[in-house]
Structures are given as C-alpha cells and as structure tokens.
Design a protein around this ligand. Structure first.
Ligand code: 5GP
Ligand code: ZN
Length: 137
C-alpha cells in the first residue's frame, strides 16, 4: 500500500508538498484543493488507512498537535473559527486511504458557507433511548 499511496509519497519526499510542520510522527501540509485559505492536513508519517488502524498514542498526539496548530494558524491567518474533519471510508468522503486530519479555517467574511452542512434526520418516539441503550460502551 505504502508504495502507491500518495501521502506516503509526500512523506518520502517523492511528491512535493507545502509543509508547515514536521516531527517524528507527523507531517502537516497545505491541502492542494482547499475548502478555505490555509486548509491543512495532518498526515501520519507511518501508513495507517484510517482512524480504526491508528494506534491510540498517535490518535492522542494528533489531537494535541491539532490544538497547537489551530491556535498558531488563527494568529497567522486571522480566521474566525476552525473545523476539524476526519473522513473514514469511501461513503464518508475519504478519498486518500492514509490517515489524515483536516484543519479547515473558517472566515466570517468570504467564507465557504455551505461547507459541512447536512440535512437533519428525526427520531421516532423512543428511538433515541433505544439507540443509546444499544450503543452504550
Ligand atoms: P479525504 O477526502 O480523503 O478526507 O481528503 C483527501 C484530501 O487530500 C483532499 O482534500 C485533497 O484535496 C487532498 N489531496 C489529495 N492529493 C493531494 C496531494 O497530492 N497534495 C496535497 N497537498 N493534497 C492532496
Ligand atoms: Zn500511505
């Protein structure tokens, strides 16, 4: 998988990327087709297809890094908010099957307003309680 994976190629430096951060575990690049100015991707250096494969320790570190970067980027970009997006599976919109976390700056003026909107569904009476019971971990 690693051979043909586009993000593995970026990690190995075989494909150029606009890199804004790098450490032993992660490389953070600007998305080539951004949803907003400054849209960045936290990539793991090792190949994990998705969140289910990601070791717990790296999952924790990714969120700590996201917090650090969103604070830093807010200062630099003067954005007004951030969406963190992480897609798992084709139906969820995942197109590159190498774990990555999207950091998407949001701007009060000139924002991509329809970004991340969805139609709400409704529950029948009692459905939500039954679902919570079924899902309780
Ligand atoms: P996904 O849909 O899998 O959650 O997100 C994949 C993201 O990777 C997309 O937003 C896409 O624009 C970005 N992407 C795909 N190929 C490249 C590339 O070669 N370089 C960069 N910088 N981003 C890429
Ligand atoms: Zn990969």
């Amino acid at each position: 998988m690693g051979e043909s994976c586009i993000f593995c190629k970026i990690i190995r430096g075989e494909i150029p990327s606009a890199t804004i951060y790098e450490d032993g575990d992660f490389k953070v690049i600007l998305d080539i087709n951004p949803a907003a100015r400054g849209h960045a991707l936290i990539l793991t250096k090792e190949h994990y297809a998705n969140l289910y494969e990601l070791p717990e320790e790296l999952a924790g570190k990714a969120m700590v890094l996201a917090a650090k970067l969103t604070a830093h980027m807010t200062e630099k970009l003067h954005c007004d908010g951030f969406n963190l997006v992480q897609n798992n599976g084709e139906i969820a919109g995942q197109t590159v099957f190498h774990f990555h976390l999207h950091l998407i700056p949001r701007y009060k003026d000139g924002d991509n307003r329809d970004l991340l909107t969805w139609n709400q569904i409704t529950y029948e009476d009692g459905q939500v309680a039954a679902l919570a019971e079924m899902l309780r971990l």
